[in-house]
Design a protein around this ligand. Structure first.
Ligand SMILES: [Zn+2]
Length: 318
């Protein structure tokens, strides 16, 4: 489980051992990639009085010492966790965190601050955090977690050591899914990665199937534009589904997948990998626009994307 965390753990342990652990670490990865698991592990190892550094994945906090117990009961004074359930992380929370970082450690060697969902920081909050990043206090470690570094200020990113968590993808993921013998195992393989609701929820699964049919019909015959636009714009998963189906088609074109999708590819044999790649780039660009433009007119961006996709499909006949 979470095998992809091991090299990161190893590197962090080496840095602790050599006293080269960065003051600020930015952990990025999709939901389910293990950001919080890695952060929690690092905090516990830094707090524990008797962690034995083995430089491998067997290194864990002892769980028995005073600091471990305090950390476990969430009363360890030298760790602060910002785990905001709300929509944003405001400037007041970050100011408090700054004050926490400026103080000397009470019982530990180091103070640790974890900010989950760092992309939720408002601009004033991010600017407040910058002060601490620019003038780090001794023996403090900031751990920022975020799902997409593009959503953070470049000035924040540039002052952190980036740790990118990349769960299984592509061939490895497909191999894991294909080698799974039961639905439950397959579920696990997906759920651990991105908590895909279409695998856990029958209603969402049905909606996804409908979407896939609508998308394939559109790519093939340019029919059903308004339905497709509506799903992508209105369904909370619509955009990700679009990316997923196109990526699946691309994988098929590269002859990487099981027979299950081959029927789909046959129907779309005219849509060669170059066209799919062009469509994929359109999706990525639109996705970027939706994330970076404030007040982005989602409907407009999606409508344009769907029309541009059909243009690429039509080019194929020329
Ligand atoms: Zn301990």
């Amino acid at each position: 489980m979470h095998n992809w965390l091991l090299p990161h753990k190893k590197l962090l342990l080496e840095q602790i051992n050599n006293n080269t652990l960065p003051h600020a670490i930015l952990v990025s990865g999709v939901s389910g990639a293990g950001k919080a698991i890695l952060a929690k592990w690092l905090v516990s190892v830094l707090a524990c009085q008797s962690t034995k550094l083995n430089l491998d994945d067997s290194t864990i906090a002892c769980g028995m010492c005073k600091r471990c117990k305090l950390l476990h009961s969430k009363t360890y004074p030298d760790h602060l966790q910002i785990d905001n359930e709300g929509k944003t992380i405001g400037v007041d929370e970050i100011r408090q965190a700054n004050q926490f970082i400026q103080k000397t450690a009470q019982i530990g060697f180091r103070k640790t601050l974890t900010v989950a969902d760092a992309e939720k920081m408002t601009i004033p909050a991010a600017n407040a955090l910058l002060k601490t990043l620019e003038e780090p206090s001794d023996n403090s470690v900031l751990i920022l977690l975020c799902s997409d570094v593009q959503l953070l200020l470049p000035t924040i990113i540039s002052r952190c050591r980036l740790v990118e968590l990349r769960p299984l993808a592509g061939n490895k993921l497909l191999a894991q899914i294909e080698s799974s013998t039961s639905v439950k195992e397959t579920d696990q393989a997906y759920v651990n990665l991105t908590h895909l609701p279409e695998i856990k929820d029958d209603n969402v699964a049905r909606d996804f199937a409908e979407f896939q049919t609508a998308l394939l019909l559109y790519l093939k015959e340019q029919k059903g534009r308004s339905l497709l636009t509506k799903i992508i714009a209105d369904n909370p998963y619509g955009f990700r589904w679009l990316e997923k189906v196109i990526v699946n088609l691309m994988r098929n074109q590269q002859k990487l997948t099981s027979n299950e999708h081959t029927n789909v590819t046959n129907k779309l044999e005219k849509l060669n990998s170059v066209r799919l790649w062009d469509i994929y780039q359109l999706i990525l660009n639109s996705s970027k626009q939706l994330k970076t433009l404030t007040q982005a007119n989602k409907q407009f961006i999606v409508e344009k994307l769907v029309i541009d996709m059909s243009r690429i499909c039509l080019l194929e006949g020329e």
